[in-house]
Design a protein around this ligand. Structure first.
Ligand code: ADP
Ligand code: ASP
Ligand code: MG
Length: 446
């Protein structure tokens, strides 16, 4: 049975990290399997900045980024003793990136399609390097990962993906060790797309589904999924076992450790999903189970948040057609919707634009007179315990005290409660909510 391992940017960010990842691959995939790698840490941001500068007509600033990118990659490859071997593979990729950026500067525009092609270079450089380092063969994920043409946040086309992945299934079942890119896809016409920032997790689970894998392992830089974002909550603790529903809610509401779309394939295919720490391979891992572990009624196991939320307010007189039409346009442009609540008093929509196209739609709605506020964040308390004691959610809200809450976003999920707070309050609120509401998983029932 096939196993899929995914290494995030921090797990392949340096020669030392790549060596550690290689040891994990040897340990976990002695009989072959598929390894999905992200771009080297910081690469996607750097290429994004180069595209931004080029689109604004500043080619020298864009080229500066590309030089930094080349130097960094060359240094890592040299430290691994792979530079001579990989140089001829990499040169055309660097040239392509230069051409793309030059084209953007000439046009004075970085389109979503152009950006995706540029970002693909970062992922491809990394996958070639990792293949060399792990002793596997590079395969371009665009052979298998069919998507629609929503550049910047493409949606997978599952039956086309499964069909295109048939040769992969056979080769991997026969013991091949392949290394491929995350985050990327291709349309039926062969145009390069991306799945949205952090999308390599989703690449791994989608490929796991298409390859009938028994297990998908997400290797990152923390001890699995924690009770909160460790950058805001020092006391955040690893969660040994969680349900798919909890993981889905946690990632949907912003926990960066898992991409929001990466849980659905496991729900459909039933493979084991594991989150582990490249820095401490022997440490306990988080296992995400189709069936929920036992939780105390009302227990919350984690808190998540996402900043950069915009609120749209439609008066009751606007009815439902205007907000629904706006929601459709925003979604089509790649925005993430966090809530759409309608009452006789009006309709509230919370969303994160994510793509330049969605920012454009938002600006056009504001220009047409729709009430539009930025600077909000969504916060969610998540736990299977809320399923058995839904009113506990309301008791937990008492921890908010006098905070200016912008709205409650109850949805179809029975394992989470979400609400809006001003972005500027997150630093204080998340630790407070963690302290008062999250039952640490060491109290998990057997
Ligand atoms: P990768 O490069 O491996 O994909 P990411 O940076 O995308 O890694 O995700 C891992 C990071 O997610 C962690 O370093 C941590 O800072 C952040 N994070 C936020 N919320 C959580 C959480 N609940 N559990 C674990 N990590 C979290
Ligand atoms: N390299 C991409 C990003 O930084 C994809 C990923 O890391 O998952 O968003
Ligand atoms: Mg990630």
């Amino acid at each position: 049975m096939t196993k899929v391992l995914k290494f995030g940017g921090s797990s392949v960010g340096s020669a030392e990290a790549l060596r550690r990842a290689a040891a994990i691959v040897r340990e976990e995939l002695p009989g072959g399997g598929l390894v999905v790698v992200s771009a080297l840490r910081g690469t996607t941001d750097l290429i994004g900045e180069a595209c931004g500068a080029a689109g604004a007509g500043d080619l020298p600033a864009a080229r500066e980024r590309l030089v930094a990118l080349r130097d960094r990659h060359r240094r890592v490859a040299s430290e691994l003793g792979l530079w001579t071997e990989i140089r001829s593979t990499w040169m055309p990729l660097f040239e392509r990136l230069d051409q793309l950026v030059t084209g953007m500067a000439l046009l004075g525009e970085a389109t979503a399609r152009g950006r995706d092609s540029a970002l693909a270079v970062g992922e491809t450089l990394s996958a070639h390097l990792a293949a060399g380092c792990f002793g596997g063969a590079f395969r371009d994920v665009r052979e298998a990962m069919r998507t629609d043409a929503r550049f910047g946040r493409a949606r997978p086309q599952l039956s086309a993906l499964r069909e295109a992945a048939a040769p992969w299934r056979e080769a991997l079942a026969a013991g091949a060790l392949w290394v491929t890119q995350g985050f990327l896809g291709a349309t039926a016409d062969g145009l390069t797309t991306t799945l949205g920032r952090g999308g390599s997790d989703t690449s791994a689970t989608l490929l796991g589904e298409a390859l009938d894998a028994e297990e998908v392992q997400i290797w990152t830089d923390v001890d699995g999924v924690l009770t909160a974002d460790p950058s805001l909550v020092e006391e955040a603790r690893p969660i040994p076992r969680m349900s798919l529903g909890e993981a889905e809610a946690l990632s949907a509401f912003g926990a960066k450790v898992l991409h929001a779309d990466c849980l659905a394939p496991g729900g459909r295919a039933g493979f084991r999903l594991v989150v582990a720490n490249t820095l401490r391979p022997g440490a306990p891992r988080t296992e995400i189970l189709p069936h929920p572990p036992a939780r105390e009624p009302g227990a919350v196991t984690s808190v998540a948040y996402k900043e950069g939320i915009a609120l749209l307010r439609f008066p009751a007189a606007a009815g439902l057609e205007a907000p629904l039409d706006a929601a459709r346009r925003l979604e089509e442009a790649g925005a993430l919707r966090f809530g759409l609540v309608s009452s006789p008093a009006g309709t509230l929509m919370a969303l994160r634009p994510e793509t330049s196209a969605a920012t454009g739609v938002l600006a056009s709605l504001a220009a047409a007179g729709v009430g539009c506020e930025s600077g909000w964040a969504v916060v969610a308390l998540v736990g299977e315990g809320l399923r058995t004691d839904p009113l506990a959610a309301l008791r937990h809200l008492a921890a908010l005290g006098q905070e200016p809450v912008g709205g409650l976003l109850t949805g179809s999920s029975t394992v989470s409660i979400a609400f809006l707070v001003p972005e500027s309050r997150l630093g204080e609120l998340i630790p407070r909510l963690h302290d008062r509401c999250v039952v640490a998983p060491f109290q998990e029932q057997p």
